[in-house]
Design a protein around this ligand. Structure first.
Ligand SMILES: Cc1cc2nc3c(=O)[nH]c(=O)nc-3n(C[C@H](O)[C@H](O)[C@H](O)COP(=O)(O)O)c2cc1C
Length: 214
């Protein structure tokens, strides 16, 4: 089979314009947990609402993990099986629990004066705590979508390709991987690995269709 595998690159144009959703991967390629950690760290520089970083990842990179995922993968089964890993992205509805850690660290590291932290946390903590589940879900889905996009691009910089996947059993995914489903809402699966083919080009609507000017 002809293989066109992404190379490690810092060429932003190549990273963005060369991205395709890849459905088949070289099954022999493993991504070390060290390298995956680096990918996740870089992806996590994504912006998020009040910097709460509500994304949570389950990296499914073992045969046992894949076995657990298989019955939930629906029509995407083959895609998840050949990937080096599948990253299940969740949004944490209780993300505000990390406010003290995030803003406390920012003070400790000299990124923010203590008074600013006290003011900001004092303002948004009660706001977040008073939100409905639906309101919080909107926020975590948005933030986790941003980190997912960034992850797909970072993966390409590391020489890997990805496919975002929405077609899976969202009712069962959290519990299957030991997460509290009341707290963790499923966002998407991301397959990642060395592409076994080039994927397909896809059409984009012209900007004039998607945009109005005012
Ligand atoms: C939220 C989301 C869910 C998706 N779900 C699936 C899926 O279940 N199976 C699949 O093969 N591709 C899935 N895709 C990939 C899209 O089909 C793909 O991104 C789109 O056709 C554009 O192609 P490109 O990614 O190669 O540019 C999904 C993409 C997104 C953003």
């Amino acid at each position: 089979m002809h293989t066109l595998q992404s190379k490690k690159t810092n060429d932003f144009n190549e990273i963005v314009n060369g991205r395709r959703s890849i459905k088949q991967y070289d099954p022999d390629v493993k991504i070390s947990r060290e390298e995956m950690t680096e990918i996740l760290e870089q992806a996590s520089t994504a912006p998020s609402s009040i910097n709460m970083q509500p994304w949570r990842f389950v990296v499914i990179d073992s045969a046992e993990g894949k076995e657990k995922l298989a019955p939930l993968a629906s029509f995407n089964l083959e895609k998840v099986m050949s990937a080096s890993a599948v990253i299940a992205v969740f949004g944490d509805l209780n993300n505000i629990e990390y406010a003290e850690e995030i803003y406390g660290k920012a003070v400790e590291l000299g990124y923010m004066p203590e008074e600013v932290k006290e003011f900001q946390v004092g303002y948004f903590k009660p706001l977040y705590e008073g939100m409905s589940r639906e309101q919080m879900k909107d926020i975590v889905m948005l933030d986790s979508g941003l980190v997912s996009m960034q992850l797909m691009l970072v993966a390409r910089a590391f020489g890997y390709d990805t496919n975002p996947i929405g077609g899976y059993d969202k009712e069962k995914i959290a519990e299957t991987f030991g997460l509290d489903k009341e707290r963790h809402v499923p966002v998407m699966l991301l397959t990642i690995g060395k592409a076994a083919n080039e994927g397909f080009q896809s059409y984009r609507l012209p900007v004039e269709t998607t945009t109005t000017w005012s």
